[in-house]
Ligand binder design. Structure first.
Ligand code: SAM
Length: 350
């Protein structure tokens, strides 16, 4: 028997979800064309004014603005027929330096759609898709989304939660950022700790090329070196801090990565593992945040690990499974240093 109330509630939820899915492409369009930023900079505008300012066509801009207003991403004043961004909307959509910046996440969603055919094939064959084989919007999208979390938490909460690490970084430490992607975390730390030197490693050459450019642009190129290397063979020894930001679960050989950290870390060094927040049981993660992470994991993280015949821990690996990796890697101490609704911050020491 169909329960009509249940069916209506389900369909109501689907309308909201489909609207969100479809409007994701519009967020990417608005972000690329500078529509949010122009609106934030000039205050209330008609579609014609925004089109003129951004050198776009009014008919498209009008339709886009109405979709944004329907999404609740842009405000509309019917008395003046102008659109504007409320301060919170500007913080989320028009400011890349804000800890609440969201466009990156929509670029990641865009990469997931681009990869859909490949990933559907993988379901049948069991094969994988490497990170570097995904659509190019993934790399910058990931950087921008995670950077917002690092801006909001890394210096103020995560590093201080690790035993003695901030003091070492202030005095001058040697740091490896493994699986650094475009180097957002590396560069933020380099700016905050001018006495320290930083090495970023990633197996994706294009990401490393961009990261080196980003370091030069940020004026920290002297103290920050990015190089193509795998988590199991990156060079250097005696690192005071090794960090894996949102990447250990992606790796084809997480235990091999842990063993390599153990080989390269200083005797009293610290391994910081930042991972997506997750409980140990699947049902702990059947919630809105788990939905985001399980979805990204299906399309991006699991395919990357499987592309190298890895164990595919997945983005919802959870603390217990990660602890096993750390212990198998030869670390004696392990604890949850802190957490946010989106991240677990784990500390391992020799
Ligand atoms: C989800 S992204 C995170 C990037 C970056 N840490 C950040 O927070 O923006 C995962 C990164 O891990 C890298 N990666 C995956 N497996 C790797 C491996 N075995 N060795 C080095 N890098 C790896 C990918 O190329 C990708 O840049």
């Amino acid at each position: 028997m169909i329960d009509e109330n249940k069916l209506n509630a389900l369909l109501g939820k689907v309308v909201g979800d489909v609207g969100a899915t479809m409007s994701a492409a519009l967020v990417v369009v608005g972000d690329k064309l500078g529509l949010y930023r122009a609106l934030a900079a000039s205050g209330p505008m008609t579609p014609a004014e925004l089109a003129k300012r951004t050198e776009t066509h009014e008919r498209y801009v009008r339709e886009w603005l109405n979709a944004q207003a329907a999404s609740g991403y842009i405000a509309y004043d019917k008395a003046t027929t102008k659109f504007h961004l409320e301060p919170e909307q500007a913080m989320a959509f028009a400011d890349d330096t804000s800890p609440a910046s969201v466009p990156g996440l929509f670029h990641v969603a865009c990469a997931m759609w681009h990869g859909e055919e490949k990933i559907a094939r993988n379901f049948k064959t069991g094969e994988g898709t490497a990170w570097g084989e995904q659509h190019s919007c993934l790399f910058e999208g990931t950087e921008r989304f995670f950077r917002a979390g690092y801006i909001g938490n890394l210096m103020s909460a995560w590093l201080p939660a690790l035993d003695g690490v901030t003091a070492k970084l202030q005095a001058g430490a040697k740091v490896a950022d493994v699986g650094c992607g475009l180097g957002a975390s590396t560069i933020l730390m380099a700016k905050a700790f001018p006495q320290s030197v930083f090495f970023g490693f990633d197996s994706h050459p294009k990401s490393i090329e961009i990261a080196n450019q980003r370091a030069r642009d940020a004026g920290v190129g002297e103290r920050v070196k990015f190089a193509v290397a795998k988590s199991t063979d990156f060079p250097g020894t005696e690192y005071d801090l090794v960090a894996h930001f949102d990447c250990l679960h992606d790796m084809e050989d997480p235990v091999g990565a842990a063993k390599h950290v153990r080989r390269t870390i200083a005797k009293d060094g610290t391994w910081m593992i930042v991972e997506p927040f997750a409980g140990d049981n699947p049902e702990d993660n059947h919630n809105p945040v788990g939905r985001v992470f399980y979805s990204a994991s299906t399309m991006l993280c699991v395919p990357h690990s499987l592309s190298h015949h890895g164990p595919a821990l997945g983005a919802q690996a959870g603390e217990a499974r990660l602890k096993n990796v750390v212990v198998e890697g030869g670390f004696a101490k392990f604890r949850r240093a802190t957490q946010t609704p989106f991240n677990l911050i784990l500390e391992a020491r020799p």
